[in-house]
Design a protein around this ligand. Structure first.
Ligand SMILES: O=C(CO)[C@H](O)[C@H](O)COP(=O)(O)O
Length: 199
């Protein structure tokens, strides 16, 4: 049986004045997709960028890179259509930010994107579980959302096995991002393999 894992560098800790080049660099170093952190200053105490930047990135990078939009925003409903029009592939919203996740998932799909559902460290997997059958990806956060480069919260590990890994500062700040991405991928594939053999 073959096992696979996807690594999506978060560009949050990169030189944001060079975002297009940084995204290109990550793809050339073996990234499977790009994790683009959108913050609105309300859901988290930080601001990054919105759909106009995503549109510029899509125009610069072409149709291939998969953009997973990590929407750390307080009203995720309002950006679904603009993000789809800008060229986003997946819209990952926070369970804590909406009172109607089912409707939002439907809107995301109708806009032609995949749906991702993220939970903060304080939210349980049981709270996410009712939506698991309707989403393309669950994002279990291992830091409080808002900033890159924080200490990894090891106590989040029992929450889920993972086959998609987001890593920011460890990849973008490395002298050798290609090796870091390859290492992450190998470690995750080995862990998935071991887990499946242990069952
Ligand atoms: O979602 C995020 C912060 O809210 C970042 O994408 C995530 O924390 C990855 O960055 P790093 O590996 O530097 O922690």
């Amino acid at each position: 049986m073959s096992y696979s894992a996807k690594i999506g560098p978060s560009i949050l800790s990169s030189d944001l004045s060079q975002l297009g080049n940084e995204c290109k660099r990550m793809m050339e170093c073996g990234a499977d997709y790009l994790h683009l952190d959108v913050m609105d200053g309300h859901f988290v105490p930080n601001i990054t960028f919105g759909h106009p930047m995503v549109e510029c990135l899509r125009n610069t990078l072409g149709p291939d890179p998969f953009f997973d939009m990590h929407m750390m925003v307080s009203r995720p409903e309002q950006w679904v259509k603009p993000m789809a029009a800008a060229g986003a592939n997946q819209y990952t919203f926070h369970l804590e930010a909406t009172s109607n996740p089912g409707n939002l998932i439907k809107e995301i799909r109708e806009s032609g994107m995949k749906a991702g559902l993220a939970i903060k460290p304080g939210t349980t997997v049981e709270e996410l579980a009712p939506w698991a059958g309707q989403i393309d990806m669950a994002l279990v956060m291992t830091v409080e959302p808002g900033f890159g480069g924080q200490k990894f919260m090891e106590d989040m590990m029992p929450k889920a096995g993972a086959n998609m890994i987001v890593s920011g500062s460890a990849v973008v700040s490395s002298d050798d991002p290609r090796s870091v991405i390859a290492l992450l991928k190998n470690v995750v594939i080995e862990a998935i393999q071991k887990r499946s053999l242990d069952r």
